[in-house]
Design a protein around this ligand. Structure first.
Ligand SMILES: [Ca+2]
Ligand SMILES: [Ca+2]
Length: 369
């Protein structure tokens, strides 16, 4: 079957799928093919599909959604996966992955583009038996952690499934039920595996915001492996996690911007939880404009010694930089300044004015080539 047939088949499924609930339509508005970051050998095919690997040896690819998803809320995702046309010597499989970092592809071959990603959670569809990893001979699924593809270390599985290397798109559904802490996976409408656990604390060290993506690889043997999107049903503040067109225009013209809602407990350099949405907006901006650099400036009110204020403002600015760096932004793109009390925007005579003066400003700029 040619890839054109796959795309057509997918659209047929898409039309069938769109008849349903309101959320499907709303989410399909949200989902845009350009919202995925491609890495490795991945190529876009059609309006809603990607080819992660061609049927050639030793290749790998992945796609990552640009915005993180919240694991402290329930969600459902439906995708269609094509795992190749060669059952007998086809390899290696795909992994639906969660990670605090985007744009990453792990090791090729038996690693399926997932091994080596830490911390991480993965749901694999493995089409090649690696005996040293305790793989069963049949195609199988499992829930993996921290980039380990050896079943000795998996959270659940392996569960044997019927052959999926049949040139057809297979409906793949991930459901995270937050109240019961249950992650389940359905294949072609049947629940095949589930895992119950506190993913946020157990896997991601308390961080509920993770990126999600799909990885695939080939090794000594190969298959063409593709993915198409049908429905993405997030519950979440993803919508708010990007700057609007006016704000982006201000950033790109070099305007100094005050980070809204980025606050610190009094006297502390630790970021408040409420700062998170703004930080993710900034992260997304830095990911969207990889050729730009950022100056982060900390400011204080006029209370206390000027030297101490310079120090604390610098540390606060640094904590913003640390957030960006820990999410994959190159530290060479960021400059941190502690300006202390020298540039008040408001009167320091009132408590409100002082509160507003304790702020972080940022300035995006394009370095000269
Ligand atoms: Ca395998
Ligand atoms: Ca097979």
């Amino acid at each position: 079957m040619s890839s054109q047939h796959h795309v057509k088949l997918f659209f047929f499924l898409l039309i069938l799928g769109l008849g349903g609930s309101r959320s499907v339509v709303a989410q399909s508005d949200l989902l845009h093919i350009n919202d995925f970051v491609l890495s490795g050998a991945t190529k876009r095919i059609g309006d809603r599909c990607f080819r992660l690997t061609e049927a050639i040896d030793w290749t790998s690819g992945s796609i990552w959604y640009r915005s993180p998803i919240r694991l402290d809320a329930s969600f459902t995702m439906e995708l269609n996966l094509m795992l190749g046309c060669d059952d007998r010597t086809g390899a290696d499989g795909m992994v639906f992955a969660f990670s605090p970092y985007s744009q990453v592809t792990g090791h090729r071959g038996e690693g399926m583009g997932f091994s080596g990603l830490y911390p991480s959670l993965g749901i694999e569809i493995d089409t090649w038996q690696n005996e040293h990893l305790s793989d069963p001979p049949e195609d199988h699924v499992a829930i993996l952690q921290h980039g380990y593809v050896d079943h000795l270390f998996n959270l659940e599985g392996p569960v044997v499934i019927k052959n999926v290397e049949d040139c057809l798109l297979h409906a793949f559904t991930i459901h995270w039920d937050e109240p019961s802490h249950t992650l389940s996976m359905m294949l072609d409408g049947r629940k095949v595996i589930s895992y119950q656990g506190d993913l946020v604390n157990q896997i991601f060290d308390g961080n509920p915001l993770v990126y999600w993506g799909v990885t695939a690889a080939t090794g000594q043997y190969n298959n063409r492996q593709e993915i198409c999107f049908e429905k993405l049903d997030f519950t979440l503040p993803i919508l708010e996690s990007r700057y609007n067109a006016v704000e982006i225009g201000d950033f790109l013209t070099g305007k100094t911007m005050t980070l809204a809602k980025v606050t610190f407990p009094s006297g502390s350099t630790r970021l408040d939880k409420e700062s998170e949405p703004e930080l993710y907006k900034l992260l997304q901006l830095m990911q969207t404009y990889p050729g730009h650099k950022l100056i982060i400036q900390g400011h204080t009110d006029d209370q206390g010694p000027a030297e101490a204020n310079r120090n604390i403002s610098r540390q606060r600015a640094q904590s913003i930089a640390d957030f960006l760096i820990s999410h994959g932004i190159d530290r060479r793109r960021i400059e941190v300044q502690g300006l202390g009390e020298e540039f008040p925007e408001f009167s320091n005579q009132t408590a409100t004015g002082r509160l507003k003066n304790r702020r972080i400003t940022v300035q995006l700029y394009k370095p000269r080539a």
